[in-house]
Design a protein around this ligand. Structure first.
Ligand code: ZN
Length: 139
């Protein structure tokens, strides 16, 4: 059984962004492949010193879809610039429908959360206004 892992996949694994099935294949391969271990260690060091950002590796190796976690961070605008650009080009230029669907879904969830929060805030304000006007009437 031979599995070939690209640097992009190894990097995704290090960033905990590789899908579960592929991760367990990789872990099995790591158990008896010294060369693969060396590559993983080298990559880990490169990432640690910032020689490879995940975004750069992604673009270089044309890695597949970002995870839902990454898409969520993208929506919240908390991704580093390079990853943001990657996702933008992945969805807008390459037109990945899977990610677009995921993104729509996540967006809906976030809008829903926001709506719930706004409803709570509004209720809070309404009750404070009620409280204040009551006091005004008293004096
Ligand atoms: Zn995609």
């Amino acid at each position: 059984m031979l599995h070939i892992f690209s640097n992009a996949e190894l990097a995704a694994y290090l960033e905990e962004d590789l899908d579960a099935a592929r991760s367990s294949q990789l872990e099995q391969a790591l158990a008896n492949d010294v060369e693969l271990n060396n590559r993983l260690n080298t990559l880990r060091q490169q990432i640690a010193v910032g020689e490879h950002s995940l975004g750069a590796i992604w673009r270089q190796h044309n890695l597949g879809c970002p995870s839902r976690k990454t898409l969520g961070a993208y929506l919240l605008g908390v991704l580093p610039g390079e990853q943001k650009l990657f996702i933008q080009s992945h969805i807008e230029t390459r037109g990945c429908l899977t990610c677009q669907a995921n993104l729509d879904d996540l967006e809906e969830q976030q809008t829903q959360n926001q709506a719930n929060m706004t409803a709570r805030t509004t209720r809070y304000y309404q009750s404070s206004i009620g409280y204040l006007s009551q006091h005004r009437n008293d004096s």
